[in-house]
Design a protein around this ligand. Structure first.
Ligand code: R5P
Length: 326
């Protein structure tokens, strides 16, 4: 890559996932723009950007993961600082979009917080958004600025193939009806079978498996989900497919929210391995032998390079799928 191609490109980060931001910057051979994001004694956030960004094409890497209110507020304040410092274009790189699961009113008098977050990000100064595996595609429409939603599927699929998981004795399982599209694409790619779990949530963060559709007898099951939060969906799904005769169960997901005792729940479960990505950092205290992390830095780095160069981002996905199919 010619360094002149990257003229005027700046990468900044808040405190949400600085390791990922550094990995993206390394990938592009661009230094991170020194940015301090601290707290006053009353907890208010202050931001100081060391270098000029006047006229620059700036990318702020900040997943809005837990502590969600803090990471969102940091992002908004960084965007505001960049806007007031005359950055030419500001892309919010939000590998994990927090509040995405509050994207519609299910009951009267509920908020649509995913839309509220989109509004405040735009108001604070974002000119575009680069994200990955949005929980629901319709969130793109909550923004009146361009949104590039990168698929995590190729990264996960490549790992499954490298480990020899995708053979004809394999069934890809969607742990809920909403994930069927992703599971079907993966099953096609792996030449595997497809199974679907119908679940319901009797209360907040609770899961009840209603039905398993598909043949699992003697098969290897690969559960695929976008988010692991409490881990309840995947652990219940694993038990359900094992009860239907699956001989071993693996789980793949893009975003490891891992709230509460999720990591211990997964470690104790019958799932053999849980593979996630680094859209959200995994602190040492949450690491467990069964949990393995793949990096999304090369894909995000290449997408940033393309956005900066006004090149197609969607052909990047084609390229990934084509390369993987060779
Ligand atoms: C829900 O629709 C999502 O796709 C995930 O299945 C869900 O967020 C996982 O949550 P938990 O790990 O708490 O069951």
């Amino acid at each position: 890559m010619e360094t002149s191609d990257l003229d005027g490109l700046r990468i900044l980060t808040g405190n949400a996932n600085p390791e990922l931001a550094r990995a993206i910057a390394d990938q592009l051979c661009v230094p991170l723009t020194a940015t301090e994001v601290g707290r006053f004694s009353d907890g208010e956030i202050w931001v100081s950007i060391a270098d000029s960004v006047r006229g620059a094409d700036v990318f702020v890497v900040q997943p809005t993961c837990p502590p969600t209110s803090e990471t969102i507020m940091e992002l908004l304040i960084i965007l505001d600082a960049l806007k007031r410092a005359s950055a030419r274009r500001i892309t919010a790189v939000v590998p994990y979009y927090g509040y995405a699961r509050q994207e519609k009113k299910v009951k009267p008098r509920e908020p649509i917080t995913a839309k509220l977050v989109a509004d405040v990000m735009t108001m604070a100064g974002a000119s575009r958004v680069l994200t990955m595996d949005l929980h629901t595609l319709s969130i793109q429409g909550f923004f009146n600025i361009p949104v590039d939603n990168l698929p995590g599927g190729p990264i996960l699929a490549r790992d499954m193939e490298a480990r020899g998981l995708g053979r004809d004795d394999t069934v890809v399982v969607s742990p809920d009806v909403g994930g069927v599209g992703t599971a079907k694409a993966l099953a096609d790619r792996l030449s595997a079978g497809l199974a679907i779990i119908a679940k319901r949530r009797p209360g907040i963060n609770q899961v009840e498996v209603l039905e398993v559709i598909g043949d699992l007898e003697g098969k290897r099951a690969i559960l695929i989900d976008d988010i692991i939060d409490t881990g309840s969906s995947l652990v219940s799904a694993a038990e359900a497919v094992a009860a239907r005769g699956a001989r071993e169960v693996y789980a793949y997901a893009t975003h490891p929210v891992f709230s509460g005792d999720a990591v211990d729940r997964l470690q104790k479960s019958l799932i053999r391995e849980v593979v996630v990505t680094d859209t959200i950092p995994l602190p040492k205290k949450k690491r467990r032998p069964k949990i393995r992390t793949l990096t999304v830095a090369p894909v995000l780095g290449e997408a940033i390079r393309r956005v900066h160069a006004h090149l197609s981002v969607s052909t990047l996905f084609d390229q990934y799928w084509k390369e993987d199919k060779k």
